[in-house]
Write a protein that binds this ligand. Structure first.
Ligand SMILES: *Cc1c(COP(=O)(O)O)cnc(C)c1O
Length: 400
């Protein structure tokens, strides 16, 4: 009867983009899917499951504590909420009304992106710092750490930092100026895996909280993420995320996650309640994370290289096009770039992409350089047979 999507009447696609959310994320290893299936057949105390998962995350990241979120964006929101409230249940109950609280989050201007909706949702105001004129070619500099120091006031709840190979100022410098004023640094490292060494890197550079996507290269459930960092902040995250429909007297949270002794009472459902995480996601994410670490960067890269080499080879004889395999430093995912001579081919890169998407099966490619006539193909979500499908379709389109 075909696969489940055929039975449902929904098309599957050939995904040469990679684990993008709009294209449904990664393809789970069988072991992850099986772990989720098995996890789904029992009930557990979710606090206990989160405490266990947090322990595994702490061990792998070197952080004091960890937590499973519904994605990196949820991790940003929960992390910033924790920085605003600390362990004060009254403040937790009032969010996103932050009146009377330190409610500003400093962010280098060049780090702004629309995932920061997640930060603003907490009820804080973003304070942009610096001018990144190196991006316009009008200058050479980006935001500098002293400018962040200059912007810190008693209204500052946190500094937000979006990690990237090119991100400036260096995280260590940001941490130094923020910590000098007692301000925590929250790092969005959503897509910074691999290398696996980044699991420990930002924590070791002093970040107070770091979030990663579980549904990208880790190959966990699409709606999962990793948050790791300071124990008190993770406790504040848990308190604002877990379902709190419980009497204080009857509530016995695991101490490694929440120290009940430190609380005057329990907060009600918090700001994180709409981004809840199921037992299946928690078990699936931890299973995927362990597999990601065990596989190692070299084996992972070798697997991807096999796919990109096969694709580059299959596209090598296309007319009016050049094929290059590229690996960007710091982001070890090989990519195949097809540079189309638009004039000679009689078709623009944009139209070629349109045709690929419109075809059957629909083929999605990386379009970040499409206006220069370049189409990108990433190996992360390609399945067996996809190389032949992509190559066949491109031969049709460029030879036709
Ligand atoms: C993907 C991404 C996110 C969102 O991650 P999710 O796990 O999908 O919530 C946030 N920030 C950056 C920089 C990303 O690349």
């Amino acid at each position: 009867m075909g696969n489940i999507y055929e039975r449902l009447g929904v098309r599957t696609i050939v995904n040469a983009v990679g684990p993008a959310t709009r294209l449904s994320g990664s393809i789970l290893p069988e072991a992850v899917a099986e772990a989720m299936r098995e996890a789904s057949q029992f009930c557990v105390n979710l606090e206990e499951l989160q405490a266990w998962a947090g322990g595994v995350i702490a061990e792998i990241t070197g952080a004091e504590a960890g937590y499973v979120t519904s994605g990196a964006a949820a991790g940003q929101m929960l992390g910033v909420a924790a920085c605003v409230t600390g362990l004060d249940p009254g403040k937790m109950n009032r969010l996103p009304d932050t009146e009377g609280m330190a409610n500003e989050v400093i962010i280098p201007r060049s780090h702004r992106n629309f995932y920061d909706h997640a930060i603003r949702a907490v009820g804080v105001r973003l304070v942009e710092v610096g001018i990144s004129d190196r991006f316009t070619g009008a200058g050479v500099r980006d935001t500098e750490a002293w400018e962040i120091a200059d912007a810190i006031t008693d209204r500052t709840a946190a500094v937000a930092y979006v990690a990237n190979v090119r991100a400036l100022p260096p995280l260590r410098e940001v941490v130094a100026v923020a910590h000098a004023r007692g301000v925590p640094v929250v790092v969005d490292a959503a897509g910074q895996l691999p290398p696996a060494s980044n699991l420990t890197r930002f924590v070791s550079e002093g970040a107070d909280l770091v979030c990663f996507s579980g549904g990208k290269a880790v190959r966990g459930p699409q709606s999962s993420g990793i948050l790791c960092g300071r124990r008190d902040l993770i406790a504040a995250v848990a308190l604002q995320h877990l379902d709190q429909d419980v009497f204080f007297e009857l509530w016995d949270p695991p101490r490694s996650l929440i120290d009940k002794e430190k609380l005057p009472g329990a907060p009600q459902h918090g700001i994180g309640r709409p981004c809840k995480v199921g037992k299946e996601e928690i078990v699936g994410l931890i299973t995927a994370l362990r597999l990601f670490v065990a596989e190692g960067d070299e084996a992972r890269k070798a697997g991807w290289e096999t796919t990109t080499a096969a694709l580059a080879n299959a596209l090598g004889d296309l007319p009016h096009a050049q094929v290059r395999v590229v690996v960007n430093p710091g982001r070890p995912v090989p990519m195949v770039w097809l540079e189309v001579d638009e004039q000679a081919a009689g078709i623009t890169g944009v139209d070629l992409v349109r045709q690929l998407i419109a075809g059957d099966p629909s083929i999605h490619v990386n379009t970040s350089n499409v206006y220069e006539g370049s189409l990108g193909f990433g190996p992360m979500c390609l399945k067996e047979g996809d190389v032949e499908v992509i190559s066949g379709r491109l031969h049709e389109l460029l030879e036709g």
